[in-house]
Design a protein around this ligand. Structure first.
Ligand code: PMP
Length: 466
C-alpha cells in the first residue's frame, strides 16, 4: 500500500497552508452555507494523504469516513493524482452527447469484467442521478410504474430518489413537495424483521398495495448503507432475484455505497452470487472524482429510445481518467484482498470490544463496510461516540435512526492506520459507555447530557450526510 512508504506527519500541510483562507474569511463563509446541510464537525480540513487528513490548524486525523465511502484508494493516491494531471492537460471535458471520448470508452472496457455480466453503461456524476436513471430505465423497459423499495433504504435527495428513501425523516426536511407516485415499501431483513417475515411482507405488498403486473422494479441496497449498515442475507437476495423473475419485475441493485470494492468483492451482489438486471455505482469508483454509472443488461437498455439519457457532465474525462487509475490501483495493489484482510482484522477487534463493553450489541461487515450498533435504549449514544472520536483524531460517522456507527476507511488502509483508528474508536465507546453508566452490567438511561467537546452541533445521533 502506497501510504506505508510515505510519512504523512512530515507533510503537515506545508502546501495547503499557502492556499488557506483566513480564519475570519472562513467563519464568514461558513455562516453563509445553507443550514439544511448537516455535518459531523465544524473543523476545516485542508489536506489528505492515504487514510489521514489535516485541518487548518495542522491537526492530523485518521479518516474512517472517506468522504462518505468515496476515497477508495485513499486521499491523493499518486497513480490517481498522476492520471488526473495528465488528463487535465489533454482535455478536461469532452461531452458524451456530442461525440464519443476515449477515456469513457476505455473505462467501459475496464469496468465490464466487474459488471456481473451486465453490458450497457451510462455515466453520470452523482449516485442519485444514477438511481434516477435506473428507475427511468426500469419503467421504460417494463412499461410499468411501480417501484418496490425497502424501509430504511437511502437512494438520494432528488425527487425520484427521495420518493424511495426512508432511512431517516430528516432527508425530507419537512415539506419536500409532492414526490413521484409509485413507491411501495417492504421491510429490510435484519432491520424490519427476520428474513422469513420480510419475504412474507413482500408477497403481502403485492396483494395489498400494488398489483404485481404494475411493478417495474424492486430496488435495494445489498448492504443497507445510510439506513444503518445492515447486510441483506445472500438467501434474501437470491429470493428477490426469483421473485422478480416470477413477477416480470426488474431487480435493481443500488451499489452506490456497497460497490467499488467496499465489501471485499467488487460488487456486493457478486458475493451473493446474484445478477441484478440493473446496477448503480458511484462513490469509490473514481476515488473522489464525480462519476457514477448505471450498468444494465443489454436487452433492457436497448429498449430505450435515443435522447432520453444524458447530462452535461456525465462521464467527464478527468473523472473517467481517475476511475481508470482507481482500477489500476485495485488490480496492481491487491485492494480487494486488503479489504478482506483489514475487514477481518477490524471485525475481530470490534468483536473484542463488544465482548468487553455491554453497550455494543452488534458488529457487522462485510469487508470495510463496518457497522457497530449500540443498545437502542441508549439514546444519542452513537452520535456521542462519533463526536468523541472526532475530538480525539478520528472521523467516524453514524448511520440510521438506531444507535449505530459506521466505519468506512479507505480501502487501502494499512495495519497501522486501521489499528490506531480502531483504538480511538474503542476508547470513545468506553468513555461514552461510562458516561451512560453502562461500562459493566445493564444499560442505564442517559442523564449526563451531551459532551461539550465540539462547536455548532445540532440534532441526535443520526448523521444526515449523503
Ligand atoms: N444510493 C446509495 C445507496 C447511497 O448510499 C447514496 C449516497 N449515500 C446515494 C444513492 C446517493 O448518492 P449521491 O449522494 O452521490 O447522490
Amino acid at each position: 500500500m502506497f501510504q506505508a512508504a510515505l510519512r504523512p506527519q512530515a507533510l503537515k500541510c506545508s502546501v495547503a497552508r499557502t492556499l488557506q483562507a483566513s480564519e475570519e474569511a472562513r467563519v464568514t463563509a461558513a455562516a453563509k452555507l445553507f443550514p439544511g446541510i448537516k455535518r459531523l464537525s465544524e473543523r476545516v480540513l485542508v489536506q489528505g494523504l492515504g487514510s489521514r487528513v489535516w485541518d487548518a490548524d495542522g491537526n492530523e486525523l485518521i479518516d474512517f469516513a472517506s468522504g462518505i465511502g468515496v476515497t477508495s484508494t485513499g486521499h491523493c493516491h499518486p497513480k490517481v493524482v498522476e492520471a488526473v494531471r495528465e488528463q487535465a492537460g489533454l482535455a478536461s471535458h469532452l461531452q458524451m452527447s456530442v461525440t464519443h471520448h476515449d477515456r469513457a470508452l476505455q473505462l467501459i472496457e475496464r469496468l465490464e469484467p466487474y459488471a456481473l455480466g451486465l453490458d450497457r453503461f451510462f455515466f453520470a456524476t452523482s449516485g442519485a442521478e444514477a438511481v434516477e436513471g435506473a428507475l427511468r430505465l426500469a419503467r421504460q423497459a417494463t412499461n410499468r410504474s411501480g417501484v418496490i423499495a425497502f424501509r430504511g433504504g437511502y437512494h438520494g435527495r432528488t425527487a425520484g430518489t427521495l420518493a424511495i428513501t426512508t432511512s431517516g425523516i430528516g432527508y425530507r426536511g419537512g415539506n419536500a413537495g409532492p414526490l413521484p407516485y409509485g413507491a411501495f415499501f417492504a421491510p429490510y431483513p435484519g432491520l424490519g424483521g427476520d428474513e422469513a417475515y420480510c419475504k412474507e411482507q413482500l408477497d403481502l405488498l403485492v396483494k395489498q398495495q400494488v398489483a404485481p403486473s404494475e411493478v417495474a422494479a424492486v430496488i435495494l441496497e445489498p448492504v443497507l448503507g445510510e439506513g444503518g449498515f445492515v447486510p441483506a442475507p445472500h438467501s434474501f437476495l437470491k429470493h428477490l432475484r426469483e421473485w422478480c423473475d416470477a413477477h416480470g419485475a426488474l431487480l435493481i441493485a443500488d451499489e452506490v455505497q456497497s460497490g467499488a470494492g467496499r465489501t471485499g468483492s467488487f460488487y456486493a451482489c457478486e458475493g451473493a452470487g446474484v445478477q441484478p438486471d440493473i446496477l448503480t455505482t458511484a462513490k469509490g469508483i473514481a476515488s473522489g472524482y464525480p462519476l457514477s454509472a448505471v450498468i444494465s443488461k443489454a436487452e433492457i437498455a436497448d429498449k430505450q429510445p435515443p435522447g432520453c439519457m444524458g447530462g452535461t457532465y456525465g462521464g467527464n474525462a478527468v473523472a473517467c481518467a481517475a476511475a481508470i487509475a482507481t482500477l489500476d490501483v485495485f488490480e496492481e495493489e491487491g485492494v480487494l484482498e486488503n479489504v478482506r484482510k483489514q475487514g477481518q482484522r477490524a471485525t475481530s477487534t470490534l468483536n473484542a470490544l463488544k465482548a468487553e463493553c455491554p453497550a455494543v450489541v452488534d458488529v457487522r461487515g462485510p469487508g470495510l463496510m463496518l457497522g457497530v450498533e449500540f443498545d437502542r435504549s441508549l439514546k444519542g449514544f452513537a452520535g456521542e461516540v462519533s463526536r468523541e472520536c472526532e475530538a480525539n483524531g478520528l472521523l467516524a460517522l453514524t448511520a440510521g435512526v438506531h444507535e449505530a456507527c459506521r466505519l468506512i476507511p479507505p480501502l487501502i488502509v494499512n495495519d497501522e492506520d486501521l489499528d490506531e483508528g480502531l483504538s480511538i474508536f474503542a476508547d470513545a465507546v468506553k468513555t461514552i459507555a461510562d458516561r451512560h453508566g453502562v461500562s459493566n452490567g445493564e444499560p442505564k438511561p442517559h442523564t449526563t447530557g451531551r459532551p461539550a467537546v465540539l462547536r455548532g452541533l445540532t440534532g441526535g445521533s443520526s448523521f444526515d450526510g449523503a
